[in-house]
Design a protein around this ligand. Structure first.
Ligand code: PEP
Ligand code: MN
Length: 276
């Protein structure tokens, strides 16, 4: 098959391993490692975030997440704490020694976001924001590129190509569900996209069962499906009180439910010989 992407294309040899240096030790994504990224949809306040970050570290997560700039469908919804949210993430990083990932919405914010975060997230709604892709490509920071909810796998890999072509080889793909006719779930997780991407590309690929399903009770089975199809990791929304969350509470796990899921997927991944 003729492939329109070049730098993202799998060639002979090993897949790319993205390495994220952190105080607690370098975190690797790809290359036989299995990573779990967890945290709330949005950073909502300093005390709650720091307490949750400590708990997540105790459970064993590798990377903390939390949105400071939130892309909301309605302009009247909570859009994140902005710069204050970034400072809270930086403090969580200092206190836990874990790397953090947060979404960047605007090329003008990249410098400030990159100063507080170890990985930049490009969200589903921005997957084809080509100027943002090129700018994160120039930032020198590892990037998690979420699949656009209406994007084909080829379009997704071409979006990754923009980042790679700008000189940044550190790209992690994240399948977070696509829009289909099904409405029971928020999105339809394209589980086959993981082995497809593994065949077409050398880039690591993770699954986000939280946005993928939109329903907390479906996060665990879909997370396990992600391990089974060979994903390099998971991104999961966790909130200290899902029913109080300012965004995505219905798909967020509380720390207890998350701890159980974590133990289960860790065992599963280890059984398959992955380093967790
Ligand atoms: C998120 O991770 O909080 C998010 C907004 O995800 P997505 O871009 O996949 O909707
Ligand atoms: Mn969310």
């Amino acid at each position: 098959m003729d492939r329109p992407f070049v730098l993202a294309s799998r060639k002979d040899g090993q897949g790319t391993t993205v390495s994220i240096p952190a105080a607690e030790g370098t975190v690797h994504i790809g290359g036989g490692h299995f990573v779990v990224i967890a945290g709330p949809c949005a950073v909502e306040g300093v005390e709650a975030y720091l307490a949750l970050a400590r708990r997540l570290k105790q459970i064993g997560v590798h990377v903390l997440r939390g949105g400071a700039f939130k892309p909301r469908t309605s302009p009247y919804s909570f859009a994140g704490l902005g710069l204050e949210g970034l400072e809270i993430l930086a403090e969580a990083r200092r206190q836990t020694g874990l790397p953090v990932v947060t979404e960047v919405l605007d090329p003008r914010d990249i410098e400030q976001v990159a100063a507080c975060a170890d990985l930049l997230q490009v969200g589903s709604r921005n997957m084809q924001n080509f100027s943002l892709l090129s700018e994160v490509g120039r930032s020198g920071k590892p990037v998690i590129l979420k699949r656009g909810f209406s994007a084909t796998i080829e379009e997704w890999l071409l979006a990754a190509e923009y980042i790679l072509a700008a000189g940044n080889p550190q790209v992690v793909l994240c399948e977070r569900g696509i829009r289909t006719f099904e409405t029971y779930t928020r999105n339809t997780v394209d589980i086959a996209a993981v082995p497809v991407v593994k065949e077409l590309s050398h880039l690591p690929v993770i699954i986000d069962p939280s946005h993928g399903t939109g329903r907390a009770e479906l996060v665990r089975p879909v997370a396990k499906a992600g391990v089974a199809v060979g994903a390099d990791g998971l991104m999961i929304e966790v909130h200290h009180c899902p029913s109080c969350a300012l965004s995505d509470g219905q798909q967020s796990l509380d720390p207890l439910a998350f701890a159980a899921l974590f133990a289960e997927v860790r065992e599963m991944a280890q059984r398959e010989g992955r380093r967790v």
